[in-house]
Design a binder for this molecule. Structure first.
Ligand code: AMP
Ligand code: GLY
Length: 417
């Protein structure tokens, strides 16, 4: 089979690495891909959001199956467009991708179907939003409704911070239309766990749990990023909590999407907070998480293509998805300055000396004259598996020490919490 993966970050590299093991695949393509992905797939210079060009490429090259990884092409209806052209694809259709693309949709869904989440109100008028935070008080959470690259959420500790967030989203239009509508939420507390689930419209199969590290610096300090590292599974996600999540969150969400006429197929990502009142939903994503995918898929034993196609065909209940024992840890090496301004084009050293049992997933890299250069904010995700989480963390950091590029920045406390 010929398979095309849409996207070009560390998550897509981890998917390609897993898909490359499938005996059914003769040829892998990735659009746009990156420097590291180029070693395992033919990279195609098409933007992940260019729906028409992607469909045309898939038709011209007789692609048998497409995996749409990032949120924006899903929200734009890339899966619908591929299906209309007769090409099956992994990922939700546009009417189901809305579960991530609109926070007001997802909050209303949870309210309607009694799925536990933070109390909230939705506003389209700035004055009313400002009045509301004054009645509720701080801490309080302000979220832009639409997709904002994971940066449209402000957990405001003070009234002043909350006011600033509302003014910049609704007044100054910091996130454009994504912030025309804001969701204001009660501030929850507790450990955060991500659970990605394979879903085929009706049946679901949760993957190993994982924990992301969103802040740029150690001890969860500094600005929010796309994620500076992740590990799997989470020791905090016990079998008991997993059962509660299945009964009160996962199954009800999949059923709610069916009841709304928006059956979800693909990877449904549950961002959970384990509060003193039980697990609650922080967010839904309509896709695999980055960097959670890197450790999670490193522990997958079953053929990823088989699972993905079962999701597309509605036959997930007929497949047993198996995971390795042990743990995996991914450390993100980022460009100095990320998530704010940073420079690109620095040579990456040390990649040749990495052992076979370490996966170096490339995120923002390019290959030029046989050299790997930095080409994005998050550059590499150094991922190790081991029998215990402690060992996986140690192995990953040992490998990080052997890799360097100018102004490289990484957290030294991934998995330590
Ligand atoms: P989101 O993009 O909705 O996942 O939000 C980004 C991050 O903000 C989450 O991972 C949490 O750490 C934090 N957050 C979001 N909503 C809440 C909430 N209601 N209470 C506390 N923290 C939150
Ligand atoms: N790591 C969080 C996300 O992918 O949204």
């Amino acid at each position: 089979m010929k398979v095309l993966v849409v996207g070009g970050g560390g998550r897509e590299h981890a998917m390609i690495h897993a898909l490359a093991k499938s005996p059914k695949i003769d040829k892998l393509f990735c659009a746009p891909g990156n420097g590291g992905i180029a070693a395992q797939a033919e990279c195609v210079d098409i933007k992940a959001t260019d729906v028409d060009a992607m469909v045309a490429f898939a038709k011209d090259h007789a692609i048998d199956y497409v995996v749409v990884a990032p949120d924006d092409p899903l929200a734009l209806g890339m899966v619908d467009a591929l299906e209309a052209a007769g090409i099956p694809a992994f990922g939700p259709r546009k009417n189901a991708a809305i579960i991530e693309a609109s926070k007001s949709f997802s909050k209303d869904l949870m309210k309607k179907y009694n799925i536990p989440t933070a109390k909230y109100e939705i506003f389209t008028e700035m004055d009313k939003a400002l009045d509301y935070i004054h009645t509720e008080g701080a801490p309080i959470v302000v979220k832009a409704d639409g997709l904002a690259l994971g940066k449209g959420v402000v957990v405001a500790q003070t009234m002043e911070e909350a006011e600033d967030a509302i003014r910049s989203m609704m007044g100054d239009k910091k996130f454009g239309d994504a912030g025309a509508r804001v969701v204001i939420e009660e501030c929850m507390s507790g450990p955060e766990v991500s659970v990605l689930c394979f879903v085929d419209g009706e049946h679901l199969s949760p993957m190993l749990s994982s924990q992301d590290h969103k802040r740029a610096y150690n001890d969860d300090k500094g600005p929010n990023t796309g994620g500076m590292g992740a590990f799997a599974p989470s020791p905090k996600y016990t079998p008991e909590i997993s059962q509660i999540c299945m009964d009160t969150i996962f199954r009800p969400t999949v059923d709610a999407m069916i009841a709304e006429g928006r059956p979800f197929k693909g990877c449904l990502y549950f961002g959970l907070m384990l509060t003193s009142n039980g697990p609650k939903v922080v967010e839904y994503n309509s896709r695999f998480g980055d960097p959670e995918t890197q450790p999670v898929l490193s522990l997958l034993k079953t053929d990823l293509l088989d699972i993905m196609m079962a999701c597309t065909n509605g036959t997930l209940d007929q497949l047993k998805v198996e995971w390795s024992d042990g743990a995996a840890c991914c450390i993100v090496m980022a460009s100095g300055g990320y998530p704010m301004d940073y420079k690109k084009g620095y040579e990456i050293h040390g990649l040749d000396s990495i052992g076979d049992d370490i996966f170096v997933y490339h995120a923002g890299t390019k290959l030029e004259n046989d050299k790997y250069l930095t080409n994005g904010g998050r550059v590499l995700g150094i991922t190790a598996t081991a029998e215990t989480l402690e060992h996986a963390i140690g192995k990953a950091y040992d490998a990080v020490k052997g890799i360097s590029f100018q102004d490289a920045h990484y957290r030294t406390d991934i998995g330590r919490k």
